[in-house]
Design a protein around this ligand. Structure first.
Ligand code: BT5
Length: 266
């Protein structure tokens, strides 16, 4: 890795309340999410950040993989012990997307948008994704890991055929290289701010900002659920972070998990 924990702490510069008090950087891991979980088990505190230069088993949602070439992109996980009730679990992903997108926009000036719940898109192509994994015990979230993958300096040639149609990178969007250390610092600072709002139950502030940054609301979408597919209009987000969609028969449905494909601008 071309930057050290000290470099990153210097780039963060201001004091954060919780995120990044402990930072661990690896050359190679199976998955920064798995490593963050491991560190939590070892007693590392909530807010611990794990970064790696390469992942050999980078994870997407639902058992999918996250393509993680060496030295080009940001692979980062944040280990947390949230105090919010489990029913607001989806909101943690939405909060993370708000923090990452705000940080990306500030650092790169690229108009990154969020597709519900976890994709960061530029011109409908994916430049980043978020994987939230949680351990829930009874009525409590025991621990959570938010994994953030951002395609930073990947070129067209670096993108494997299987995702060429759907993926992009910050470098491809802006034709310039970005410093991962500065991007990571910006994300840690924003995450610290938005996560505190979530912990303080400021759900409306988070959802309002999410809607501002979203390219999902107001679009026709295709939703793939485990047992069916729906074509619907994405109308709003409820206070648990679920997507409210309007079906062609005029009825509404709330979606809390599933894949959303944007169909066309309304
Ligand atoms: C995600 O899943 O978008 C969550 C990605 C989270 C990755 C981070 S990296 C740090 C941390 N450690 C981990 O092990 N994971 C997290 P999902 O919505 O399921 O999207 C996965 C799909 O996106 C794949 O099936 C591919 O089609 C596509 N994909 C894979 N790698 C990609 C990449 N680098 N850029 C864009 N799209 C990609």
């Amino acid at each position: 890795m071309e930057f050290t924990v000290e470099d990153l702490k210097k780039a963060i510069s201001s004091k954060t309340l919780e995120i990044g008090k402990e930072i661990v950087i690896y050359d190679e891991v199976e998955s920064t999410n798995s490593m963050a979980n491991e560190l939590l088990k070892q007693g590392y505190p909530s807010g611990t950040v794990v970064i790696a230069d390469r992942q050999i088993k980078g994870k997407g949602r639902l058992g999918r993989k996250w393509i993680s070439p060496y030295g080009k992109n940001l692979y980062m996980s944040i280990a947390l012990k949230p105090t919010i009730p489990p029913k607001y679990a989806t909101l943690l992903t939405l909060t993370s997307a708000v923090a990452c997108t705000t940080a990306l926009r500030r650092y790169t000036d690229i108009p990154v948008m969020i597709k519900w719940p976890n994709d960061m898109l530029v011109d409908d192509k994916k430049v980043g994704g978020i994987l939230t994994e949680m351990k829930i015990e009874g009525e409590k979230i025991k621990s959570a890991v938010v994994g953030i993958g951002i395609n930073v300096n990947m070129t067209e040639e670096d993108i494997p055929e299987e995702i060429k149609e759907i993926a992009s990178s910050l470098k491809i969007c802006k034709e310039e290289e970005f410093l991962r250390v500065l991007l990571a610092a910006e994300i840690i600072k924003e995450f610290d701010k938005w996560y505190q709002l979530l912990e303080k139950r400021q759900r409306k502030t988070i959802i309002d900002r999410w809607i501002q940054l979203s390219c999902t609301i107001g679009r026709q979408v295709k939703i793939v659920l485990s047992d069916k597919e729906l074509i619907a209009g994405a109308e709003a987000i409820d206070e648990e972070g679920r997507l409210i969609v309007k079906l062609s028969d005029g009825t509404y449905e709330k979606i809390s998990a599933g894949d959303v494909t944007l169909l066309r601008t309304k």
